[in-house]
Design a protein around this ligand. Sequence first.
Ligand SMILES: [Ca+2]
Ligand SMILES: [Ca+2]
Length: 474
Amino acid sequence: MKRLIILLCVLAAPVIAQDKPEAALKPGAVVKDCPTCPDLVAIAPGEFMIGSTPETDDVDVSRGEAPQAKIKIARGFLMGRTEVTFGQYKEFVRETGYQPPKKACRVWDNEFVDKDDATWENPYQPARPLPEHPVGCVSWNDAQVFLTWLSKKTGKAYRLPTTAEWEYAARAGTSTSRFWGDDTDQACDYANTFDITSKEKYPFAWSFSPCKDGYAEQAPVGKFKPNQFGLYDMVGNVWEWAADCYAGSHQGRPRDGRAWNWEGGCDARETRGGGWMSAPERNRIAWPGKDPAERRLNYFGFRVARDLDSTYTAIYDGGQIHRVTLFTGDVAKAKAFWVDALGYKVRFDNPSLGGEEMTKTLKLKKDARAHFVILEPSKTDDPLIGLMGATGQQLAALDRSPDQATKSGDTMMVIKVKDIVATFAKLKDLPGVRIITPPSALNGTGGTGVVGDEGTVLSPDGTRVVIQQAGSGG
Ligand SMILES: [Ca+2]
Ligand SMILES: [Ca+2]
């Protein structure tokens, strides 16, 4: 244990150089974390009413648009200026080799149908995507893997915008159905919707915007006028995944703009903003789609967000998310440990390998001090024993042998380094979380690393979490 503490102190030095604080950015300023990264627009804090008034045209009370709720976005944040593009996603796939578990995507083929040969590369509409097109046929799960990759690439903690952030940014100070007003006949200046151009090519049964925008299907991003915050395609083009569970109501939503997720996971995630194939009543800022996290449709994409001055440093160059295996003589005990002691909302699943998924949602006790200690194998693909401790739990029995660990009655998990990377990427909603173990510190001789940095952070469910280095007292 002594050795552990000494090493942790050595590792405490920051590994990311701090640039000028982003909190000082002027609203509307555009920043970029790498040459091919998404443009990010600085969004100022503020208050707004989420949802629609009962008098709004086409208001859908069944989706919980009304009644409204007052949201205070306390902190500024950065939001993708456009939808994530085909070119950006292609770079991600090239660098990671990411293969989604099941290759089917819903496209139009004389009807809307899931096609096995439809992929982000072959989304049918458009037949041959340009690098500037938004990427489609990406699920919420796929988006998480992309965000993990982008976070590791840039050292910044990328995530999806929360529902509240998305709507705040889309409204850009307006309270109308769309950021340009309520009229659908003006849509063609501001958005790629299901318009006369689309209607001429696709015989969908629903209504259309009574104007011509020139795009029958997807348009390259940024072709229409931006909203008042400088964001493009916040209505139309591709639907955009939000971080939140679909709630069907704004009552009970966190009032500070955080994502609304709950224990046990959710059946559907919110999608926002409508799309090129959607009817005008759905191409409104407030209307929420609800779709399972694994669903792919060629008219669903996403946009990135991140906190100002966020940091993210991953250990190893993981890439794929692999299965996380609970290894313990007492599974029930191990599960209880995770749930009670650690408590982050972490989804242990396996979008890249398919098969059985294990989903666990964890709840951290208020003011718990979470210590993350990892024992390192000689190779990144070796099983790795991670022992997770927290206040009231002992950081003990650090041992590479699962047998010994089980015998000693400790709760052990056998996971891979790559899984650690992926797991902690799931904590991306937590501002301030950093993984500060460099690979060189993990040498297979019982060396330890710590994940997390000192600081107080908020978990997505509003729990205040103090992350403190092991051995630093308290
Ligand atoms: Ca159109
Ligand atoms: Ca959009």
